[in-house]
Design a protein around this ligand. Structure first.
Ligand code: GLN
Length: 492
């Protein structure tokens, strides 16, 4: 079969269980595509063919023996921020270039236990700081829709790998938009779960009160399959929540779009810098949902202006603390010939961290310093609470809230946005993390340059099933999620 990469997760699961093809055939098919096409896309940091084929053989044995799970034998890619035992985990940073984790992240452990086959680790912005994946020390990843454009970030490798059909689905993490924005830039569906829904154990920490892992795939249905595997409480992550996990696949038709109240924040559609095509596509998608029976309700989210400054104090503050562990002593990069301990710390860190990471450590350390703690960090935490309350108030009147995922489509590689320009591109995603809410991106069309546009739906706490269900039904009535970039049409 030459078109295995065109099958959905459900079709792959059916094909494997009916022995139409084996996991080895499927895995070899993807490895061949990666070998041929990924040199153009550069989505993988590490490909693990030997391990993948061994896992595939084990999956085939399990399928034969009749002790397979729903997903046994299906390949996936992990963002290089998830610790993988015995395989390099770099988080896109030179400082972790030689880091081989002695354990698996809980998400990885769960995908392995479900019989999924790991194809390799995919590229990302250094320590997940960025919106283009260009800050990775291994270099930029290309957007499959236009190779001279970025795939978004920080989970740009995950998005590019799936959009080029170099993995059927992938894991990502989202601290301020890193699942939703690259999904938007690459025409994919990506879900950022409620904070606490998925274990953070073994995910290299960026900003611990905001970080959350989730699925990136072609459709809500494909995302639901991966959510069924990765969601749930984990004793190793004290912020993961002891709450029953929904069956996201079984619930795909569980929410009625008819009668659904979708909030449209006035402030969101008046943001300077909101691209006209993005606005038009998002409005068309809302019109479609209206035709399907939803009611659009104009709402106020008055704290919109505070999102970017609040996030860009809290996230760097937590990063400056989390990244203090990279000192050249315990693991990771160490400078050559240090003169003394201070020199070892200083040079290992200035040689090991890239410029964006250093900028954030500086901002964060400043915000946490004794003299400025109240004026910046404490104040940002208070504003964070107001942002959360703004959402809770809105959810008294609406079921979900609609927004673009990003004000623009993908940028050109090397566009060299200033830090503040780049930060402003996160306007639609940051508040969700500050409030700990779930949100989903779905593809809803293209701009004048044929680059994908994404719609974001934000839900109340623990409404992952509802978000997946709404988008699933939208996708039953539209075909944007089935569109493929030209490079994905190529055969290996
Ligand atoms: N672009 C945002 C940042 O640079 C969000 C990144 C993320 O979600 N990891 O911090």
């Amino acid at each position: 079969m030459t078109d295995l990469h065109r099958l959905s997760i459900r079709e792959l699961a059916e094909g494997l269980s009916q022995a139409k093809f084996s996991s080895r055939e499927l895995t070899e098919h993807y490895l061949k595509r990666i070998a041929k096409i990924d040199p153009l896309v550069k989505s993988y940091v590490t490909v693990t063919p030997e391990q993948a084929l061994a896992e595939a053989d084990a999956a085939d044995a399990a399928l034969k023996a009749g002790n397979a799970t729903a997903l046994t034998g299906i390949p996936l890619a992990h963002k290089d921020i998830f610790c993988t035992k015995g395989i390099k985990t770099t988080a896109g940073s030179k400082i972790l270039d030689n880091f081989i984790s002695p354990y698996d992240a809980t998400v990885v452990e769960k995908t392995k236990a479900a019989g999924l086959v790991t194809l390799g680790k995919v590229n990302m912005d250094e320590f997940a700081m960025g919106s283009t994946s260009e800050s990775s020390y291994v270099g930029a990843t290309s957007n499959p829709w236009a190779l001279d454009h970025v795939p978004g970030g920080s989970s740009g490798g995950s998005a590019a790998a799936v959009a080029a059909d170099l993995a059927p689905f992938a894991t990502g993490t989202d601290t301020g938009g890193s699942i939703r924005q690259p999904a938007s830039f690459c025409g994919l569906t990506g879900l950022k779960p409620t904070y606490g829904r998925v274990s953070r154990f073994g995910i290299i920490a960026y900003a611990s009160s905001l970080d959350q892992a989730g699925p990136m795939a072609r459709s809500a249905e494909d995302c639901a399959y991966l959510m069924n595997v990765i969601a749930g409480h984990d004793a190793k992550d004290s912020t993961s929540v002891k709450k029953e996990v929904d069956d996201y696949v079984a619930n795909l038709n569980g929410t009625s779009v008819k009668g659904l109240h979708i909030g449209i924040p006035k402030q969101y559609f008046n943001v300077a810098g909101l691209d006209a095509d993005v606005k038009a596509r998002v409005e068309e998608s809302l019109k479609k949902l209206e035709e399907m029976g939803a009611t659009l309700v104009e709402i106020d989210l008055n704290m919109t202006e505070a999102y970017v400054p609040t996030y860009y104090l809290i996230a760097p503050a937590e990063a400056s603390s989390n990244l203090s562990r990279y000192d050249g002593v315990r693991y990771g990069y160490r400078c050559e010939n240090p003169a003394d301990l201070m020199d070892l710390y200083k040079r290992s860190r200035s040689e090991g961290f890239g410029p964006e990471v250093q900028r954030r450590i500086l901002i964060g350390t400043y915000a946490l310093s004794a003299g400025y703690y109240d004026a910046y960090y404490v104040k940002a935490q208070k504003v964070r609470r107001l942002i959360q309350q703004d959402f809770l108030k809105a959810f008294e009147n609406v079921d979900v809230i609609a927004a673009p995922s990003a004000p623009t489509t993908a940028y050109k590689i090397g566009a060299n946005l200033s830090p503040t320009e780049m930060y402003l591109g996160d306007i639609y995603t940051l508040a969700v993390n500050l409030a700990g809410l779930p949100a989903i991106n779905a593809p809803v069309g293209f701009d004048k340059d044929s680059l994908p546009v994404g719609l974001q739906l934000i839900g109340n706490y623990w409404s992952e099933s509802q978000l997946l269900s709404i988008i699933h039904q939208y996708q039953q009535n539209t075909d944007w999620h089935t569109k493929r970039a030209a490079i994905a049409e190529e055969n290996a």
